[in-house]
Design a protein. Structure first.
Length: 166
């Protein structure tokens, strides 16, 4: 009888511990990005190399174009990421524990993006059009430039996003 009670208590304890483990990282300082089943985002263009975004178990998005059209990235309630450019080099975005976003260009300054509840990323330049990323409760990051200003996007547990443009 005592053994059964102890066994029952142990089962309840393990159930409680398992139920308290978060299933998805909450990303963003002013935003949440729930990336439960995200994997890689690859963008290929004549001058665009690649974009990787690992967010736990995300599926793949591949955009192939010379002028790049749009890419859809589903992260629970995530909208679209659109990158338009003919002179973009590459973008890396590793989700899960993402921290910084750095944008480089001949006239671009650097940008750090640490988020937690972030929504939109818009990059405007002579050769860069726009990038939008909506993920539930995101705020806006806007980089406007031929001399690009810097911007911050707080993202608690994200890796790096690097955008290179010439």
């Amino acid at each position: 009888m005592i053994f059964i009670k102890i066994q029952s208590a142990v089962v309840r304890l393990f159930s409680f511990i398992l139920s308290s483990i978060p299933h998805c990282h909450q990303i963003g300082s002013s935003t949440r990005q729930r990336c439960r089943q995200l994997s890689n985002v690859v963008v290929n263009s004549s001058t665009l190399s690649y974009t990787r975004q690992r967010c736990r178990q995300l599926s793949n998005v591949v955009v192939n174009s010379a002028t790049l059209s749009s890419t859809q990235q589903r992260c629970r309630q995530l909208s679209n990421v659109v990158v338009n450019s003919s002179t973009l080099s590459y973008t890396r975005q590793r989700c899960r524990q993402l921290v910084n976003v750095v944008v480089y260009s001949s006239t671009l300054s650097s940008t750090r993006q640490r988020c937690r509840q972030l929504v939109n990323v818009v990059v405007n330049s002579s050769t860069l059009s726009s990038t939008r990323q909506r993920c539930r409760q995101l705020v806006n990051v806007v980089v406007n430039s031929s001399t690009l200003s810097s911007t911050r996007q707080r993202c608690r547990q994200l890796d790096n996003v690097v955008v290179n443009s010439s």
